[in-house]
Design a binder for this molecule. Structure first.
Ligand SMILES: Nc1ncnc2c1ncn2[C@@H]1O[C@H](COP(=O)(O)OP(=O)(O)OP(=O)(O)O)[C@@H](O)[C@H]1O
Ligand SMILES: [Mg+2]
Ligand SMILES: [Zn+2]
Length: 570
């Protein structure tokens, strides 16, 4: 009987040890002959009753396999991955399987060096197989270094494999065995909370600090592989890893104040309406009139972010190559990509898919200065997310979806030279031919302009007039009105007015009888698409909310119509 065991050894699935015991088939020789259950201590005592040879065989098997839990980033989702490590006798090798990309494959070299530098024996004489399961989920980055290293140590008997099962690990290793931060730590923690996983999450210190923003999880911070291994030692004297604490909220970074913009009452009013209803805004005017200044002050007018909004925004920013600065947590992002940005940089893409500027601006403001200078494909790519609030990037094999509910604010000159219609204030004539002006305008497609709720002219002001103007109203005062109007919207429909869908417009944007007749005749006269009319009604809804009115009156509709006419009238 005992002699038969080693012969059977190869056919026994390795998973038989550890937590998989209940899965072992009835016919399995280990269970039927010894009735052992697969925790190491019970296993050993059961085996000792059956003779030392079997015990040794068990020990050898128990030590050659380990499972470590981790996660792979799939867009913003962090899907569970099990890192399985198997050590076998045979020609020494170190193989990584399971759709790992180059960065993950390089993990072998880092893990080998890190183990040696941390004072552990690397099983040089074994055939090491590391499987990242499920195999069809793409794995990227060095985040699997730590789980792989721990798996090898467990499979080689230097850590008890069961000790690893209550944890999830992610971390890149330096050759010296120190832990480097990983991308998307917050997304990882959010996914764990979503799965209601009961495990403890172990992360490199900087990542752990970011992830700790997610409440209700046990997150531990580690600086090195050695520290993690020490904390996993059996017995009560193992030094536990410190619990990760989020950085205290810092004083908000100073944002530019609306007070500094002089005059431009109409443009400021448009900015306030845009902020109140989360409407997209296009500022058109000659050079140096304060368009960029105004746009940069929009984020400062928006109401503070709710906790889950802030988490979603921080999780997205944490996916970008430049890691998220936790000090900016809870501040609405303001992204201003240069006009040379490609469509991929703007909407996201690449392999593995990374979020673009529109997703990094989720919950905040995307500012496109010099709008017509952007490449046409880049601008056209904005059309779908502007309506839907998310972007789906399709690659041959997979799709990745990122949220992208951003507020668009754009600025442009009225013509290539910039001075069309600005002679009175600037004394400069427009030198552009009608043809050049037409070409400049056609860089913006009709469908894109149709999606911009507010299109406002920023007039040139004579320098002398500008100098004599008093300071404007401070951002804080405007933000109060914006917050009150937003509050009405949230109470009424649970979202800002800009996000009202077509089906609910009639119910939510109820018009007084005269206002309804006025809106209809104006839309007919201006040849508006029904989208344009719907958008104007949503703007009128916001104006009424700023006014504290329940029904849309003629004045609200008239102002809304006025606010999207600039390009058509010019
Ligand atoms: N209304 C204003 N109040 C105070 N300063 C102003 C105003 N308008 C312009 N300025 C001054 O002019 C500078 C340029 O303004 P800004 O960059 O906003 O112009 P712009 O309209 O974006 O011009 P361009 O079309 O060339 O991009 C500002 O830094 C500021 O010093
Ligand atoms: Mg500018
Ligand atoms: Zn011109």
């Amino acid at each position: 009987m005992e002699d038969a065991q080693p012969a059977n050894a190869e056919s026994v699935p390795m998973r038989h040890f550890g937590e998989c015991a209940p899965l072992a088939p009835e016919s399995d020789p280990l269970r039927t002959s010894h009735g052992c259950v697969c925790t190491t201590s019970v296993l050993r005592s059961a085996c000792s009753r059956n003779g030392i040879a079997v015990a040794r065989w068990h020990d050898a098997q128990a030590m050659s396999f380990a499972v470590v839990h981790s996660r792979a980033l799939d867009a913003l989702q962090a899907q569970p991955v099990t890192v399985e490590v198997h050590l076998a006798n045979g020609l020494p090798s170190f193989t990584l399987v399971g759709l790992a990309d180059t960065e993950v494959k390089e993990s072998r070299e880092r893990v080998r060096a890190a183990l040696a530098q941390s004072g552990f024996a690397f099983p040089h004489n074994k055939r090491i197989t590391v499987n990242l399961a499920p195999a069809d989920l793409p794995k990227e980055s060095g985040r699997f270094d730590l789980p792989i290293a721990l798996g090898i140590l467990a499979a080689a008997g230097q850590i008890e494999p069961q000790r690893l099962l209550g944890y999830e690990f992610a971390g890149e290793l330096s050759l010296a065995g120190e832990l480097r931060p990983v991308r998307g730590a917050l997304a990882l923690a959010l996914a764990m909370r979503g799965d209601q996983a009961q495990r403890t999450l172990v992360l490199p210190a900087a990542s752990a600090q970011a992830a700790a923003k997610v409440g209700g999880l046990d997150i531990r911070a580690a600086d090195s592989l050695l520290q993690v291994v020490q904390s996993l030692h059996a017995g009560d004297d193992a030094p536990p890893l410190p619990r990760a604490r989020p950085l205290p909220a810092p004083a908000a970074a100073p944002v530019p104040d609306l007070r500094e913009v002089k005059g431009q009452a109409a443009a400021k009013r448009a900015l306030e309406i845009a902020a109140a209803g989360a409407h997209s805004l296009l500022l058109i005017g000659p050079p140096g009139t304060g368009k960029s200044m105004l746009a940069q002050r929009l984020a400062g007018l928006l109401p503070p972010m709710a906790e889950d909004e802030a988490l979603a925004s921080a999780a997205l920013l944490g996916l970008a190559p430049a890691s998220f600065d936790t000090r900016a947590f809870g501040q609405r992002p303001f992204r201003a990509p240069h006009h040379s940005a490609s469509a991929v940089a703007l909407v996201g893409g690449g392999s593995p898919p990374r979020p673009g500027e529109i997703s990094l601006a989720h919950g905040g403001v995307l500012f496109l200065d010099e709008l017509p200078e952007f490449a046409r494909p880049a601008l056209e790519a904005l059309r779908e997310p502007l309506e839907s609030g998310h972007i789906t990037i399709s690659r041959a094999a997979r799709q990745a979806a990122f949220p992208a509910r951003f507020q668009l604010v754009a600025a442009m000159n009225p013509c290539p030279c910039g001075y069309l219609g600005a002679f009175a204030a600037t004394g400069r004539h427009c030198r552009c031919t009608p043809d050049a002006i037409a070409r400049y305008r056609t860089r913006l497609s009709g469908p894109l302009l149709d999606r911009i709720d507010l299109q406002v002219e920023v007039l040139a002001v004579k320098p002398a007039e500008l100098m004599s103007q008093p300071d404007g109203e401070p951002s804080a005062a405007v933000a109060l009105r914006v917050a009150a109007a937003r509050q009405r919207q949230v109470q009424r429909q649970g979202m800002p007015n800009a996000d009202i869908d077509a089906a609910r417009i009639d119910a939510l944007c109820a018009l007084e009888a005269r206002a309804a007749a006025f809106a209809q005749s104006a839309a007919q006269r201006l040849n508006w698409s029904s989208r344009a009319l719907h958008r104007a009604l949503k703007v009128a809804r916001t104006i009424a909310d700023l006014d504290g009115a329940d029904m849309l009156g003629t004045a609200h509709v008239a102002e809304a119509l006025q606010l999207r006419r600039s390009l058509e009238a010019a």
